[in-house]
Design a protein around this ligand. Structure first.
Ligand SMILES: Cc1ncc(COP(=O)(O)O)c(C=O)c1O
Length: 406
């Protein structure tokens, strides 16, 4: 079965928006288009239910019910319990809160492992634990390939390590890391894991429960939803870490790591992400429980993206004056393709913009991995990122324009 791209695009108002006509969107890793179901729910919330939720009157009851629905439906797709899912303003803010909890829980002499493949959001907040006497060990990428090797992690693990932080997929290397194997190695050494799934989740929500990490983070605004960070924190760890919320909210697992009042409307609208995935499942005849439907949609999306991606990689991998970061095989990576050029990535992105291609240039807050791979941070990279709603015609257009400007 193949993904029906016309149906997919019919679910995104951006594709009928006159001001975006003729613009091929290749900066999805920065933030995706929002699906109609999320926009509709957001509008409905603001128009009909913009009151304090969980009160005894109808508008308030509906507001609270929609917020609960968002958590329970996303949790079911992710394969975890409803109260193991919580929201925060962004993934970066979520990691800062979590790092504060670890800072209080860990003892001097304990250690954590961070990578130099991560976006700064899953790196800097953890590295700052050094200020509290925590030893920070760096799991380093191979400078040529940009890949993390499991054997290198194993040599960093011992009984002092409490936490291993790594990305499911880097936002510049694009390689998909083996979360199951890495998590198993960390758990065997007695450490928890925190996975940054921000660059992976838009390519199909994963079965977090089945994969086994203790923390899994992603950003709804890059996954067809509103501007929110979503956290899965498994119960054992969530109850062990000190509560970061008001003291009287400590018993509710999903409140413990959200110190501020949540953005009610956006939490409620996040249920639209589940509506969208369910609509994809129904349209393609994918049946079963929410988790099974989610995995079916995940596989459908991945297959489509892999097919679209390989010709892009083939077109850039052996080109003079272009260095492709990360794997050249589509199966091994997400369609987030960073290219090192002989000029600033931003300059190339501006040339693409003149041809109706929306892409970005710079360091994308991934200075550590780019620096470790020897990329000149002044120039940065040109990044071309797409998702399953990208059409063949848009990819063809990109390839034609790349031929002209590279
Ligand atoms: C891989 C990765 N992790 C984390 C983040 C930070 O997400 P947020 O903007 O929600 O803080 C980004 C944002 O670009 C990202 O690409």
């Amino acid at each position: 079965m193949q993904l029906d791209t016309d149906f997919v695009r019919s679910q995104f108002p951006a594709f009928c928006e006159p001001s975006l006509e003729g613009q091929a969107f290749f900066e999805n890793a920065g933030g995706s288009y929002t699906c109609g179901a999320v926009i509709d729910r957001l509008m409905r919330y603001y128009k009909q239910r913009k009151v304090q939720p969980y009160g005894p009157y109808e508008a308030s009851r509906l507001a609270g019910a929609e917020m609960d629905e968002a958590r329970s439906r996303l949790a079911a797709i992710l394969g975890v319990a409803t109260d193991e899912v919580s929201f925060g303003p962004s993934t970066t803010q979520n990691t800062y809160v979590l790092a504060q909890a670890f800072r209080q829980w860990m003892k001097e002499g304990d250690a954590i492992v961070v990578t130099d493949q991560d976006h700064e959001a899953n790196s800097g907040p953890w590295r700052r634990l050094a200020e509290a006497g925590i030893e920070v060990r760096e799991w380093r990428i191979d400078p040529e390939s940009g890949l993390l090797r499991l054997e290198d992690l194993e040599s960093l693990l011992d009984e002092r390590v409490r936490l291993v932080c790594f990305p499911h997929c880097s936002n510049v290397v694009g390689a998909i890391n083996p979360v199951v194997e890495i998590t198993a190695a960390a758990h065997a050494a007695g450490a928890f894991v925190c996975v940054d799934g921000v660059s992976y989740a838009p390519h199909g929500l994963p079965d977090v429960g089945g994969m086994g990490p203790d923390i899994y983070l992603f950003s709804a605004y890059k996954t067809y939803g509103p501007h929110q960070g979503i956290m899965v924190i498994r119960r054992e760890l969530g109850q062990l870490l000190p509560n970061q919320a008001h003291y009287f909210n400590a018993d509710a697992l999903y409140k413990r790591f959200t110190p501020a009042g949540p953005n009610h409307a956006q939490v409620a609208a996040s249920a639209g992400m589940a509506d969208y995935l369910d609509a994809l499942a129904a349209h393609h005849g994918i049946e079963g429980e929410a988790g099974a439907r989610g995995q079916g949609v995940h596989d459908l999306i991945r297959a489509r993206e892999v097919a679209l991606l390989q010709p892009v990689l083939d077109a850039v991998k052996d080109r003079n004056l272009v260095r492709l970061l990360g794997p050249a095989e589509a199966e091994a990576r997400a369609p987030t393709v960073a290219l090192v050029l002989n000029r600033p990535g931003g300059e190339a992105a501006a040339e693409l913009a003149a041809h109706g291609i929306m892409a970005g240039g710079g360091d994308f807050y991934a200075q550590r991995p780019l620096g470790a791979m020897g990329v000149d941070l002044e120039k940065g990279v040109l990044r071309l990122s797409f998702v399953h709603y990208t059409s063949q015609a848009e990819v063809d257009k990109l390839l034609n324009v790349l031929d002209e400007i590279l």
